[in-house]
Ligand binder design. Structure first.
Ligand code: PEP
Ligand code: MN
Length: 371
């Protein structure tokens, strides 16, 4: 997919120092002292390009700290002057954009609660028309890749060339150790759909707790993300928002020093040969998997015909229970995770039901209709 405006790679961004592109700073700007003290220490960490701070805070419940507003923009202007770091804030409407531009903010990000709303994203895009500023679009709260891409396309239409995405995880009803589910397959698919778009990972909002920041950051680097945005506060325990996930600048420095940066592409010809052969094997296995699935569905369709003739329901719960138990035991004994077996076999079972439904309702399978 090609976006309407030419977008720059992360390497071409103003202030790019090295991979990963680093953005750090407090969840919220709280006071001039807190902002300046954090910024002075963050500026000492090698390779940080942008100092972030939320000025208007989207909070789940009212009566929480909702940000200091325009006053904080003056503090960020001072950070820029004193430390030379670029500065970035969240914008959630056109007023925020105009205020940010008035105070020389270098980077704007669209938050997860805003990128869900095409009206608001369009309003922000209109306010950005013809402006040269860096804009990063966070994923919407719900795992909807089309909505995320739609928001990116709207911003690209304004002519923004320093454009990127931020992966901050997705809300889910089920409890998990992370505050927001990473659902890594979404940013991976985003990369496939818009290969040139820089993607930054936000381990802070995925983790929700300091102890997971390192593993999420390392995973993002191993998945070839272009950068990281990590929340850092001079005194995390007393932070007015997201206290549990913020790091002191010192701890941030230590975390960054432990990250391992691997090469995105192999260049050694011997290694390329070995990888090439192994990939051929993978391709052969993938082809076999698809063929086996086709054969399995053909048998399911035959079963469907018998069910139809004998007036039996498609879903046979005892048989399904027997299948899932058997493959779980088999899978586990072969070192496959229960999660994988569960996901794959639920999908296969659903596909079998779909094939049988077509047989029941039309008398012919779609594959026959299409042939
Ligand atoms: C933030 O970055 O502080 C923030 C509010 O993020 P999100 O929109 O990802 O929740
Ligand atoms: Mn936050």
């Amino acid at each position: 997919m090609v976006l309407e405006s030419k977008i720059l790679t992360a390497k071409e961004w103003k202030g790019y120092k090295s991979r990963p592109f680093l953005i750090a700073g407090p969840c919220s700007a709280e006071s001039e002292e807190q902002v300046m003290a954090t910024a002075r220490e963050v500026a000492q960490i090698k390779d940080i390009s942008v100092f972030r701070a939320g000025i208007w805070k989207p909070r789940t419940r009212p009566n929480s700290f909702e940000g200091v507003g325009t006053e904080g923009l003056k503090w960020l202007r001072a950070v820029k002057q004193e430390t030379g770091l670029m500065v970035g804030i969240e914008v959630a409407n056109e007023k925020h954009v105009y205020e940010a531009l008035k105070y020389g903010i270098d980077m704007l990000w669209i938050g997860a609660r805003t990128s869900v709303n095409p009206f608001t994203v369009q309003e922000i895009s209109d306010a950005l028309s013809g402006v040269d500023v860096m804009v990063l679009v966070k994923n919407p709260i719900n795992p909807d890749l089309e909505l995320w891409i739609g928001a990116i396309e709207r911003i690209a239409k304004a002519g923004i060339t320093r454009l990127g995405a931020i992966h901050r995880g997705f809300s889910a009803y089920e409890k998990s150790v992370y505050r927001n589910h990473p659902n890594w397959q979404l940013p991976i698919e985003l990369r496939r759909r818009i290969p040139d778009l820089p993607i930054i990972c936000d381990p802070s909002h995925i983790s929700g707790a300091r102890q997971y920041l390192y593993e999420i950051s390392q995973k993002a680097l191993d998945l070839n993300f272009d950068g990281l945005m990590i929340e850092s506060h001079i005194d995390p325990e007393r932070a007015l928002s997201d206290s549990a996930q913020q790091l002191t600048p010192n701890d941030l420095k230590e975390l960054l020093s432990r990250l391992i940066l691997r090469n995105p592409v192999a260049s050694d010809p011997k290694l390329l040969d070995i990888l090439g052969e192994l990939r051929q094997q993978i391709d052969i296995f993938d082809d076999s998997l698809v063929e086996i699935l086709e054969k399995r569905m053909q048998v399911a369709e035959t079963i469907g015909k018998y069910k139809k003739e004998n007036n039996i329901t498609i879903l046979q719960p005892t048989r399904w229970d027997e299948i899932i138990r058997k493959v779980m035991v088999n899978g586990r004994s072969r070192g496959l995770s229960s999660e994988l077996i569960d996901t794959i076999f639920k999908a296969i079972h659903q596909e079998s039901i779909n094939h049988q439904m077509r047989i029941m309702n039309n008398g012919i399978a779609e594959s026959e209709e299409n042939s």
